[in-house]
Design a protein around this ligand. Structure first.
Ligand SMILES: Cc1cc2nc3c(=O)[nH]c(=O)nc-3n(C[C@H](O)[C@H](O)[C@H](O)COP(=O)(O)OP(=O)(O)OC[C@H]3O[C@@H](n4cnc5c(N)ncnc54)[C@H](O)[C@@H]3O)c2cc1C
Length: 491
């Protein structure tokens, strides 16, 4: 029996996959497509993570889609509201009808002779093999391993008698009211969890090896809410989105050009929140410069309030061993704990763990150059949605989707079946794809493609430059090679 065929297959029904479905329907209305989703629901990250207080750490005016206004009062939104936003978008535009749930994509095989991908997935618990084909494969599979997060090996972990959980595996039955909690970590997840758990726990300790920059920001955006009251929601959303994009870009630039000034400013903010007696030097002064790693945002200073109120303490030390009752630290101190939450990060993954073969050759993504932050050298007809590290994810994904649609329309117009980014410029040198010094990036960076020293192989991490490159730049840029089906061409 012939495999079912689509013009485009999208992998993943998270924020990016639903966005990709919308852009395809709007800009390439004649294209057939389906979304293959490994899980049983829409939403990806915003469904998977269930830990207390789960929320965004960037504002919803930029994390929301360009085509669908965020109309709630809170700019920093809780996980269930974001999930509802994604699900509503999927049902409003009929994208939900295109999703095949329980389809975990394992392998994609490209044939130049046929100018198509054969995508192999496993369906359901029985892992029944399913094969589909498509002309273009759009990976919206996120950036981390869904099966498990990253947990370092803690000596003595088997001795701990209480409950130990990674936030990615949080479940309803984890009771912490009235209990002593230690949260290991100092990233976005830790600073979210800690004040939320402190509302009912006996005490929460945030145990970190080294501090992170933590910045307080109002949960609601006064200007955005004023604009929404006085202007049509699309107009208000557009203005707020641009305001936040420009402010974010300005702040990032300031961090890069004047790191000491920004560092002083952030630390003064923390001192103001915690008072002159608090040891900000030990617990909130990182060894790196602002934006050398992702910054942590706390809405209305909730973490600082909880520290001031005595429900939370921060300990900066190393774990010597876990004990029956908690954690023994290198300094000799002992932290008593009934519950330990290992907010120690994600296990980064490329292309949703999918293997890729191009004309019989296995593709090692790490040996490819990333084209415009979305395609890979010598890999035809495949793009992936990957957001910014220094701004909201969706800003880049919206642009990526628009570019993919322009590319598909360009190919149709000229009768091309194949598009392959190729680097023929020998002067281009390679660099790691992401220049963050964070542990979770450094642990996995060897699996990721490289970026090049010049456009279009350079990753801008800059919305304005990406608008020029992805929305306005010429599709025929010399690096993108187009071709007609080999069989037709030889005829
Ligand atoms: C706790 C947390 C908070 C975050 N907060 C922010 C924030 O505030 N701002 C921000 O910009 N970013 C944030 N991020 C990054 C966040 O992941 C993105 O913003 C966004 O949700 C990613 O959407 P996505 O659709 O690209 O990926 P995901 O949400 O990861 O969705 C990917 C989907 O693809 C499916 N999938 C993966 N592999 C396969 C496969 N092989 N076969 C079939 N299906 C597959 C998954 O099941 C999933 O449904 C956060 C991340 C986390 C973990």
């Amino acid at each position: 029996m012939a495999n079912e065929h689509f013009d485009v297959l999208i992998v993943g029904a998270g924020l990016s996959g639903i966005g990709a479905g919308y852009h395809l329907q709007a800009n390439c209305p004649g294209k057939s497509y389906a979304i293959l989703e490994g899980r049983d629901c829409i939403g990806g990250t915003w469904d998977l993570f269930r830990y207390p207080g789960i929320r965004s750490d960037s504002d919803m005016y930029t994390l929301g889609y360009s085509f669908r206004p965020w109309t709630q009062a809170a700019a920093i939104a809780d996980g269930p509201s974001i999930l509802e936003y994604v699900r509503d978008a999927a049902s409003e535009y009929g994208i939900d009808k295109k999703i095949r749930f329980h389809h975990r994509v394992r392998h994609a095989v490209w044939s130049t002779a046929e100018a198509r991908w054969t995508v192999e997935a496993e369906r359901g618990a029985s892992q029944e093999p399913v094969r589909l084909t498509c002309n273009f494969l759009f990976m919206c599979s996120g950036y981390y391993n869904y099966a498990q997060g990253y947990t370092p090996e803690f000596p003595g972990a088997e001795r701990f008698a209480g409950r130990m959980v990674h936030p990615q595996k949080w479940s309803e039955d984890i009771a912490y009211a009235g209990k002593r909690v230690v949260v290991i970590g100092s990233g976005a997840t830790a600073v979210t969890l800690v004040p939320e758990m402190a509302k009912t726990a006996a005490h929460v300790t945030m145990l970190q090896r080294s501090p992170t920059y933590v910045v307080s920001r109002p949960q609601e955006d006064g200007i955005a809410n004023w604009l929404r009251r006085h202007l049509p929601s699309k107009v208000a959303y557009g203005i707020t989105r641009w305001k936040n994009v420009l402010l974010g870009m300005f702040f990032y630039r300031l961090c890069k050009f004047s790191p000491q000034r920004v560092k002083k400013m952030i630390l003064e903010g923390v001192r103001k929140e915690l008072g002159p007696d608090y040891d900000v030097g030990t617990h909130f002064t990182p060894r790196y410069n602002p934006w050398d790693q992702r910054m942590c945002l706390v809405p209305n200073g909730d973490l600082f309030q909880a520290i001031k109120g005595g429900q939370v303490s921060v300990v900066t030390d190393h774990i010597e061993t876990l004990t029956e009752n908690g954690i023994k630290l290198r300094s000799g101190a002992q932290l008593e704990a009934d519950v330990i939450v290992t907010a120690t990060g994600l296990d980064l993954q490329v292309l949703g763990g999918m293997q890729m073969t191009v004309d019989g050759r296995n593709v090692d993504l790490a040996s490819t150059l990333n084209y415009k932050g979305m395609m890979y050298s010598d890999v035809p007809n495949l793009a992936s949605a990957f957001g910014y590290t220094n701004a909201s994810w969706t800003l880049k994904c919206d642009l990526t989707c628009e570019y993919v649609c322009r590319l598909l329309n360009h190919m149709d117009k000229h009768g091309y079946q194949q598009c392959t980014p190729r680097n023929s410029d020998s002067s281009i040198t390679t660099e790691p794809w992401i220049d963050f010094s964070s542990g979770y990036v450094q642990r996995s960076i060897a699996k990721f493609p490289k970026q090049g020293s010049k456009a279009p192989w350079r990753l801008h991490q800059n919305y304005a430059l990406d608008i020029m490159s992805l929305k306005l730049g010429s599709i025929e840029d010399g690096a993108m090679e187009f071709g007609k089906k080999a069989l037709q061409a030889s005829r």
